[in-house]
Design a protein around this ligand. Structure first.
Ligand code: G4P
Length: 289
């Protein structure tokens, strides 16, 4: 998909975040990366694999309630094959998160055995939580904080702003401040992040974005598109014609029967982001051929 104007990114304090991340990593036994189940690859941080090398990794596929279940199942298998622990979840309701403790214990079973042999009984499991913007990291943290037994505490020697939560099981979670960056140099990734609303609309051409989204839906989730906007086959092939058609169907007209495509585009993006078009995953694991 070609977007005429490259989507610009503002990495901000990337170097500082990277340094803080490294510091925090030295304090934990494993890393929990919250990702968006609708764009499981695009919502990951490209450097975490190398930064967290050697530590067990858990991917929380958040917003699973908005993603296509069949695609989520495929992604789980794909990530597990690469050695990740994976937990699909809906952090808004907490669905899926009951399994978190079991997974943390399983991921660190070997480590815990080593501690036991060294007499380090009662050493709590420590994990840090990371995620690029909009994946629902705060929602996850808030939910876990609610069910945690101990209050948030600042520890000496820990980067200022770091927050720890002790879960009922005794496991400790570290919430790291600073914005984690996605793979912003890849335009396809940027586009998918824009579809989900992870990139601010002010820097985007909404009409073009909506056209791209409609084309993608027509290709992969056609029946959802037909149903949502009460359309009939044959659909026009071009995204812009689809946009006009949807706008017309919704009565979004300006003078002389012309469609208000800006309004239609915003509506389509809003509806996708709110999950109104159905449970749709925008990228699929690579198939080896
Ligand atoms: P962040 O810290 O990673 O930047 O993300 P944050 O928790 O702020 O969540 C971003 C948006 O995603 C929020 O919606 C939040 O409610 C929503 N969200 C988080 N987890 C889930 C989930 O599992 N399922 C669904 N459906 N949505 C989720 P918002 O529109 O920005 O806020 P609000 O309308 O909820 O107040």
């Amino acid at each position: 998909m070609e977007h005429s104007k490259p989507i610009q990114w503002f990495p901000g304090h990337m170097a500082k975040t990277r340094r803080k991340l490294k510091e925090s990593l030295s304090l934990v036994d494993m890393v929990i990366e919250v990702i968006d189940a609708r764009i499981p690859q695009s919502s990951r941080n490209p450097e975490l694999d190398s930064l967290a090398a050697g530590k067990p990794r858990l991917l929380i596929m958040n917003k699973a309630d908005m993603a296509d279940d069949a695609a989520t199942t495929k992604w789980i298998a794909y990530f597990q094959k690469q050695g990740y622990y994976v937990l699909p979840a809906d952090c808004k309701t907490g669905k899926g998160l009951q399994k978190l403790d079991t997974i943390l214990n399983e991921a660190l079973a070997e480590q815990k055995e080593k501690w036991r042999q060294k007499g380090m009984v009662g050493r709590p499991v420590r994990a840090m939580v990371v995620g690029i913007p909009n994946v629902g990291k705060s929602t996850f943290i808030n939910r876990m904080a609610k069910s945690s037994s101990a209050k948030t505490e600042d520890r000496p020697g820990v980067t200022r702003g770091n927050q720890w939560f002790t879960l009922k099981s005794g496991a400790q979670l570290l919430d790291t401040p600073g914005v984690l960056w996605p793979k912003f140099e890849d335009q396809e990734v940027a586009l998918r992040l824009a579809f989900t609303g992870a990139i601010r609309d002010q820097i985007l051409d909404c009409e073009e974005l909506a056209c791209d989204l409609l084309s993608l839906l027509a290709a992969h989730y056609r029946s959802f598109l037909l149903e949502r906007y009460k359309l009939e086959e044959p659909l026009p092939e071009m995204g812009y014609e689809l946009l006009e058609l949807v706008g017309r169907k919704r009565g979004m007209l300006i003078s002389r029967g012309e469609v208000d495509t800006t309004r239609a585009a915003n509506m389509i993006l809003d509806e996708y982001r709110a999950g109104k078009c159905g449970r749709i995953t925008l990228e699929h694991p690579p198939v080896k051929g």
